[in-house]
Structures are given as structure tokens and as C-alpha cells.
Design a protein around this ligand. Sequence first.
Ligand code: TXA
Ligand code: MG
Length: 373
Amino acid sequence: METLLLELADYKKTGIISTADAEKLGCAAKILREGGLAAFPTETVYGLGGNALDQHAAAAIYAAKGRPSDNPLIVHISCMAELPPVVEEIPVRAQKLAEAFWPGPLTMIMKKAKAVPYETTGGLDTVAVRMPEHAAARQLIALSGIPVAAPSANTSGRPSPTTAEHVAEDLMGKIGAIVDGGPAGIGVESTIVDLSGKKAVLLRPGAITREMLETVLGEQVEMDPALERPLDASIHPKAPGMKYRHYAPKAQMMLAEPADGIYSAEGLGRITERLCREADERLSRGQRVGIICSGETLPVYEKAYGGREDVILASLGSHEKEENIAHNLFSVLREMDARGVEFIAAEGVRKEALGYAIMNRMKKAAGQNVVLV
Ligand code: TXA
Ligand code: MG
């Protein structure tokens, strides 16, 4: 146990731990408790964990990610008994939403307890809290005996990691250990709802939709205005992290949606035509092009570009199964980077339920470069 711990505490040799290895999971928990960093799987994306009550651990997380320290961290707990120590009070709405959706992909903003340092909350008097559903995540948090602050385990500005390999790409040699639980199920980050004010406000869309929140609360949930308008200097998103060029591939990206919002055969036809035109233009300038499409449109692109070495085709899956699209999105964006793509032409998805969260991430990846066809 002790030599194993020493090895894991050596950041130059980031250890990869299987979720099935109880002894090593115990070591990762000890690293967290003692102020070190360890990445772990959740059902949304992988997180980079550190002790939420330790200001130095929070500073180490920002350093490892290369993230601005005004961007607050989400505090992860494993059971309801761990909530009161990190918040000033539990609002009635939070109690209801926790009963309905925890453990799960929902983060709630509440007033912070004194014990949570401002380094963890990016200087705010509120704290974001989530109880993940992933078994290994909860086991690790419970074993560590502390609330675990964890942003997504990517280098700041890169797409969030959905596999242990993605985490290793970004953080190898910078953290103690990576717990490998295979691909994350959902693939986009948790829904964030702010419950610290008079009204419930949606700050980041995710797998728990606005409609699901409204059904449980029996009232309207407001939307952070920054979600619907392109960011400019006059709009400050309430989740500070939403202002950064997040989820971004290295390539420039163009996203196409049908003007009427309907992904019918006609709508998809207009999209493929527009994206092929853009791709051809880029190829004529000698650029390497990536096309992010769906199962429905892949054959069109295969016919146009099949066998070409300078065109990378990636289908996210069928429009009928948006869970698959969410699951594949960040992997595909990373793949485009890895293959040296300079321009990405991407097809949108229907903005309903999980599709709304997917489009939020795709628009960010495209730097709001969206064309309506
Ligand atoms: O699914 C997830 O939420 C993943 C996994 C690891 O749990 N975590 C994650 O963390 O996505 P991160 O740090 O990449 O995103 C946290 C977001 C940021 O946009 C941040 O600004 C916002 O939550 N946030 C955190 N605390 C906040 C607060 N007190 N008020 C408003 N926004 C807050
Ligand atoms: Mg993130």
C-alpha cells in the first residue's frame, strides 16, 4: 500500500488505475484526502479531482488545467449527508431536485458554507454541488472522506474528456492518477441550475432538461440570457466558465442548421449541399477538411469524398438517437484535432431535450459560426 501510494504521488509518472482495483482506488482516495490530484470517470465526462476544502488543492487544479482561477469548480459529493457541510442552507427547490435527480447529471448552485474556500468558488459566495451517479466516482469520493472539487479533466480550452485516454493526452505527468472507467456514458457535462436567488435559473443545459426541472419544481425555470445570444461584452453569463471558448477543437468550424429547425430529408439535403460547397472551397485552398455528420447524411459525403486523404468523415450517429450523438461528440472533436484537420464542416441536431445541450456545445466549438440554410 505505501509503495503504491508513493508511486501514485509522483506526478511525473501518472498512474492509470482500473475501477476494479479496490486497493489502488483506495490509494487514489488517499491522494485526494492529502491534497493531491486524481482524475476519475463520471457519467457525464471525466473530472479532475482535488480536496474542495483545501485552497492549495484548488490552486493545483487550476495550474494542471491551465485554467483561469476566476472560473469556479464543481464540488462532488457521494451522499446527501455530505451536502450540509458545503452549503449555508439547502433551499426547498434543491431538496426537491436532489430527490428527483441525484445521483445524476445535475449541478445545483447554492450559497456556500464558510468551510468552502474562495479558491474553490472562484471568489463567489455560492458553490456548485453535484452528486454523480457513476459507481466508481461515488466510491472514490466516499473513500476520500472529503468533498471533491472537480472540473472536467481537460486542458482549459480543449473538448471535455470522455475517456481515460483523453485525460492522459491532456494531463499525463501533471496529476497523481487517472481512474479508468471506460467511456463516459452521457458525454456532455451536467446541467447547471442556479438556486441561490429568488428564481431557479438554467446556466448550462445538459441531460436533465429544463422541462424535467420545471416538472419537478412545478414552476418556470428561467434561462441565463447568455445561453441564447452570442456572447458580447454586454452579456455576462452567470456560470463564469461559459464565457470561455470552451469545447473547442483547434480547427476553425462551421455549423449548419435548417432555418426552420426541421431535420427532414429536405432540411438535411440543404445542409449537405451547403457543407459540401464550403468543404470544396476549403479543399481548393489546400486545407485539410473534417466533416461531422449523421448516420442519415454520411452516405452523401462518402459518395462525394470517399477515399480522399485530405477529408476526414465522422458520423455522430442517427438523428433518431441523440444520446449516441452526445456520447460521441467530444471524442469526434478530439479526433479532428489528432488528424490535423484545419476546417470542420458540421451538421447541427434538433434543439430539443438533450439536443439542446448538444447544440450548446457545438455552437461553442464553432465559436458561434452558425449558418441557417
Ligand atoms: O458534468 C460535469 O459537470 C463535469 C463532471 C466532472 O462533473 N464537470 C464540469 O466542470 O463540467 P467544469 O469545471 O468543466 O464546469 C463547471 C461550470 C463552469 O462553467 C463554472 O463557471 C460553473 O460550472 N460554476 C461553478 N461554480 C459556479 C457558481 N458558484 N456559480 C455559477 N457557475 C458556477
Ligand atoms: Mg470544463
